[in-house]
Design a protein around this ligand. Sequence first.
Ligand code: HXC
Length: 298
Amino acid sequence: MVMESPFRADMAKGKVALITGGASGIGLEISTQLGKHGASIAIMGRRKQVIDSAVSDLRSLGISAVGFQGDVRKQEDAKRVVDSTFENFGRIDILVNAAAGNFLVLSEDLSPNGFRTVMDIDSVGTFTMCHEALKYLKKGGLGKSSSGGGLILNISATLHYTAAWYQIHVSAAKAAIDAITRNLALEWGTDHDIKVNVIAPGPIANTPGMDKLAPKEMETKTNDYLPVTMAGESWDVAMAALYLVSDAGRHINGANMVVDGGQWLSRPPHLPKEAVKKLSRAVEKRSRAAPLLPRSKI
Ligand code: HXC
């Protein structure tokens, strides 16, 4: 479904955004929406062909876009891409850390290197990009004409709020991203006027993440557990990003914006609705007639 943005078309005009993982899935939709709202876009990713195709799609929409091949696990790549973005556009206002790695695996089958790989991409990669971008994002930073600092948006998840089957590596990595976000929001918000926030998407249709977590080969029933009865779309996540980029988000720092339709709160009900309606009063009546003894007297 194509939805109209409720934001002003020029709300990000003049801003420059660097998006890791910006050539596919949620990262690409954030790139597209920021670009459609006036930002110049640099995307970073590992696969040249995928980047080239995304850049060409963005340009066909009239967006000023460039792509850089690089792996967030390599500090030299992070530095090169951040510097190249600055050289290309003369400033960096927004860093979106959307690059991530995932696969389903039983904890007992996961090698330490498999665990480390996801930590390296998601958590260390996020920190490395922030570290390299700091000199451009901070108040009065290189190329900045305004006195304010920039914005960092980290893409996390909700699966670590409780526990998630076969996702120990990703849960640990996303928990670290949330912690990195809060600590940078505190330190860099205070020292450099940089805002750092997290967006935590739930299941989002047609993304590499959904392909991996709910493979088409399996009949998964994610929708059964969503209070709003539908999986989200990348658009929903991109709108949350626009809100945080907009002036409406100017006082938001260190926040975690969950975009999941309430899914993480949800459990399958242990009784059908009709049974609750019927039983509730009867149980109440019974317990008033014979109050439960305090546990100590049992
Ligand atoms: C068990 C696995 C595995 C699997 C890889 N490994 N796949 N172990 N089951 N299915 C192990 C390998 O055996 C190896 O450990 C280690 O992980 C590194 O694997 P490589 O293939 O060498 O790594 P690499 O080529 O760098 O690829 C990284 C990757 C890959 C994470 C494994 O899937 C990838 O590139 N993903 C990027 C795209 C992606 O996943 N997007 C989805 C993000 S979704 P050993 O010990 O053998 O050396 C997302 C949503 C979050 O983030 C949650 C939403 C609810």
